[in-house]
Ligand binder design. Structure first.
Ligand SMILES: NC(=O)c1ccc[n+]([C@@H]2O[C@H](COP(=O)([O-])OP(=O)(O)OC[C@H]3O[C@@H](n4cnc5c(N)ncnc54)[C@H](O)[C@@H]3O)[C@@H](O)[C@H]2O)c1
Length: 256
C-alpha cells in the first residue's frame, strides 16, 4: 500500500496522532503546521519512518502560503485531514476583533483554503474503487456551543456546513468529504485552558458519559474508518466522537 495524505496541524494533538497512525499504516504524510519548532520536534519523533513524514511549514489561513505549498507537493493525494485549529475564549462583549478574526481565519477559512487547493490532487488519486477522502475537524461546539467560546463555535458550525456542501459537490468526482465532531480531547489545546489568563472562564465539556475524556487516538480511530473502504458510501457526515456528551443535557447536580 502506497498512499499519500496531507495532515494540517500535524505538530500537535490530534494531527500528530493522526500522522503517526497513517505512518504506521504505511502512508506517506505531508505534515503541515505553522509552528516550525514543534514541527521539527515531531519530524524528529517520526525519523524512524524512513522519510515518509514530510514536514512543511504552512499557515493555513494564508491563501498565498497554502497555494504555494499545495502547488509544490507534486503528487496525487489519497487524503486530506484538516486538524489545524485554534481556540480563543472571551465573552462576546469582550472578544477582541483580532481574536475573532484569528479563530475564523484559521478554523474556517484555513479549512476551505486547504480543501480547495488539495482538490485537484485528490481527484488525481481517486478511482472508482478507491475514492479519495477529506476529513475535517468540526467539534461538538458546532451543535452545542458554550459561553465564552462563541467565535470557536461559529467557526466549527461553518466547518460542518462546508463539509456538507463540499461532499455534495465533490463526490461525483470521487472525493468523499466528511467531518469529525469531538467533545473534549486530551491535547495541548485543552491543556492551555487550565491557565485562567487564557481560559477567561471557559470550561471544557470534560468527562463524557463514557466516564473519561477522549484521547487523540479515540478520534483517530474514527478518522481511520472514514479513510477506509468501509466508509466508501459515507459523504457529508459530521460524526460525533464525544462519548455521548452531546447526546442529552445533563442538568447541573444530576448524579448521572
Ligand atoms: N482538543 C479538543 O478538545 C478538540 C475538540 C473538538 C475539536 N477539536 C479540533 O481538533 C483540531 C485539532 O485540535 P487539537 O486539540 O489537536 O489542538 P492542538 O492545539 O494540540 O493542535 C493544533 C495544531 O494546529 C496548528 N495550527 C494552529 N494554527 C495554524 C495555522 N494558522 N496554520 C497551520 N497550523 C496551525 C498548531 O500549531 C497545532 O500544532 C482543531 O481543529 C480543534 O479545533 C479539538
Amino acid at each position: 500500500m502506497n498512499k499519500t495524505a496531507v495532515i494540517t496541524g500535524a505538530a500537535s494533538g490530534i494531527g500528530r496522532a493522526a500522522s503517526r497512525r497513517l505512518l504506521d499504516a504505511g502512508w506517506t504524510v505531508f505534515g503541515l503546521d505553522v509552528a516550525q519548532a514543534r514541527l521539527d520536534a515531531v519530524a524528529g519523533e517520526f525519523a524512524a519512518y524512513q522519510g515518509r513524514f514530510r514536514p512543511v511549514r504552512c499557515d493555513v489561513s494564508d491563501a498565498a502560503d497554502v497555494a504555494a505549498v499545495f502547488a509544490g507537493l507534486n503528487t496525487p493525494l489519497n487524503a486530506l485531514v484538516c486538524c489545524a485549529g485554534v481556540l480563543r475564549t472571551a465573552l462576546m462583549e469582550d472578544m477582541s476583533i483580532e481574536d475573532f478574526d484569528l479563530v475564523l481565519n484559521i478554523n474556517t477559512r484555513g479549512t476551505f483554503l486547504c480543501a480547495q487547493k488539495a482538490l485537484p490532487l485528490l481527484r488525481q488519486a481517486a478511482t472508482a474503487e478507491n475514492p479519495s477522502r477529506v476529513v475535517l475537524l468540526s467539534s461538538l461546539a458546532a451543535t452545542r456551543p458554550k459561553v465564552v467560546s462563541g467565535a470557536y463555535a461559529a467557526s466549527k458550525a461553518a466547518v460542518t456546513q462546508l463539509c456538507r456542501v463540499m461532499a455534495a459537490e465533490w463526490a461525483p468526482s470521487g472525493v468523499l468529504v466528511n467531518a469529525l465532531a469531538p467533545g473534549t480531547v486530551d491535547t495541548p489545546m485543552v491543556h492551555a485552558m487550565a491557565d485562567p489568563s487564557q481560559s477567561k472562564g471557559y470550561r471544557p465539556s470534560g468527562v463524557s458519559p463514557v466516564g473519561r475524556i477522549a484521547q487523540p487516538e479515540d478520534v483517530v480511530d474514527v478518522m481511520m474508518f472514514l479513510l477506509s473502504d468501509a466508509a466508501r458510501y459515507v459523504a457529508g457526515a459530521t460524526i460525533p466522537v464525544d462519548g455521548g456528551t452531546g447526546a442529552a443535557f445533563i442538568p447541573p447536580g444530576s448524579n448521572r
